[in-house]
Every structure is written in structure tokens, then in C-alpha cells.
Design a protein around this ligand. Structure first.
Ligand code: HEC
Ligand code: HEC
Ligand code: HEC
Length: 116
């Protein structure tokens, strides 16, 4: 009768292991840092890092994919402008005054060594 009792536990444990492995595989497939395409007037390149935006324990890709950013490598991506970010879209969903991450006024956190 021990088998009958331990079997459901084993099934759960196995399911958890498989889920963890799936998450691990997903994380290992995180894209390399992305130098976002330049828009508008001259400024320094903004690099987007998945490593700082994806929590290892959750691997929540759905916050950003497929909207506003399609996940396919060759997909047409939205053009990121400050006008849109100021309206709380794209990066501005989380970056801005009172948002979960730093303010859009902190230029050099995104624009490394920007003169502006
Ligand atoms: C905080 C937002 C955010 C999260 C969360 C996020 N991504 Fe992304 N992802 C982006 C942005 C921004 C781009 C680049 C868009 C562009 O090129 O303009 C991108 C691009 C990609 C690309 C295309 C890669 C390339 O080199 O062009 C893939 C694949 C991708 N993400 C996979 C994932 C996976 C898998 C996860 C979850 C583990 C994830 N992303 C979570 C924002 C995010
Ligand atoms: C879903 C919310 C979310 C979105 C969307 C998002 N970020 Fe972030 N970002 C965060 C959080 C949370 C942190 C880490 C906490 C902190 O440093 O305040 C962070 C950190 C950063 C950092 C500092 C760490 C690093 O990677 O160098 C940069 C730069 C950055 N984000 C740029 C961007 C850019 C550019 C975009 C749009 C392409 C973007 N973020 C979209 C939530 C977000
Ligand atoms: C949350 C990250 C982030 C912060 C903070 C940030 N930017 Fe940007 N900025 C971007 C992204 C992403 C783009 C679009 C990609 C590109 O053009 O490199 C961009 C584009 C720009 C552009 C050209 C397009 C446009 O919309 O004007 C200028 C100029 C610019 N930024 C200046 C600044 C200045 C000045 C500050 C500080 C007041 C600032 N940025 C703060 C992420 C940021």
C-alpha cells in the first residue's frame, strides 16, 4: 500500500522536475543583449538585456511577448520613441516616475555614456 501512497507524490515530483527543466531550457535560450535600433536624433545606443529583465524563478516572457514585442527573431519590432514611452508604452510601461523601475529622466541608465 506504500506504493499507492507514494505514487501520487512521485508523479507530482516528476512533474515539478520537468517544469523546472522546461524553465531552465527557456532561460538558457535567452537572447543575447540587444543593441536596439537607433531612432530619431543622435544619441548613444541603448542595449536591452534579457538577463536583467527576466527573473530566473518565473521566466515570465508574456509581460513583453508577443506584445508589444513579437518574439520571432525576424519579426518587425515596434519603433521605440520617447513620445511613446512618456505615454507609458513599451519600456515606459515599467520605466518612469512612480513606475516599478527607474525614471525616464535617468538618461544614462539606458543611454550609456550619453552626453545629453
Ligand atoms: C521586459 C520585457 C521583456 C521580457 C520580460 C522578455 N523580453 Fe524578449 N525581448 C524584449 C525586447 C525589448 C526585445 C527586442 C525588441 C527589438 O529588437 O526591438 C526582445 C527580443 C526577444 C527575442 C528576439 C531576439 C533577437 O535577438 O532579436 C527573443 C527570441 C526573445 N525576446 C525571447 C524572450 C524570452 C524567451 C523571454 C522569457 C524568458 C523574454 N524574451 C522576455 C523584451 C522582453
Ligand atoms: C515589465 C517591466 C519592464 C519593461 C517593459 C522594461 N523594463 Fe527595464 N527594467 C525593469 C526592471 C524591474 C529592472 C530592474 C530593476 C531596476 O534596476 O530598477 C529594469 C532594468 C533596466 C535596466 C538596468 C539594467 C540593465 O539591463 O542594464 C535598463 C538599462 C533597462 N531596464 C532598460 C529597458 C529598456 C530599454 C526597455 C524597453 C526596450 C525596458 N527596460 C523595458 C522593468 C522593465
Ligand atoms: C528606460 C530606458 C531609457 C531612458 C531612461 C532614456 N532613454 Fe532615450 N531611448 C531609449 C530607447 C529604447 C530609445 C529608442 C532606441 C534608440 O533610438 O536607440 C531611445 C531613444 C532616444 C532618442 C531618439 C529618439 C527619440 O524618441 O527622441 C533620444 C534623443 C533619447 N533617447 C534621449 C534620451 C534622454 C535625453 C534621456 C534622459 C532625459 C533618455 N533618452 C532616457 C531608452 C531610454
Amino acid at each position: 500500500m506504500t506504493l499507492r501512497r507514494t505514487l501520487p507524490g512521485l508523479v507530482v515530483a516528476l512533474a515539478l522536475m520537468l517544469a523546472a527543466a522546461a524553465v531552465g531550457a527557456e532561460l538558457r535560450r535567452l537572447p543575447k543583449d540587444i543593441a536596439l535600433p537607433m531612432t530619431g536624433k543622435k544619441h548613444s545606443v541603448v542595449t536591452f538585456k534579457h538577463t536583467t529583465h527576466v527573473k530566473p524563478e518565473s521566466a515570465d516572457c508574456a509581460t513583453c511577448h508577443p506584445r508589444p514585442w513579437p518574439m520571432k527573431r525576424r519579426a518587425k519590432q515596434p519603433v521605440i520613441t520617447h513620445k511613446l514611452m512618456d505615454q507609458g508604452e513599451l519600456c515606459g510601461k515599467c520605466h518612469g516616475e512612480g513606475k516599478e523601475s527607474f525614471d525616464l529622466e535617468d538618461c544614462d541608465k539606458c543611454h550609456a555614456s550619453d552626453d545629453e
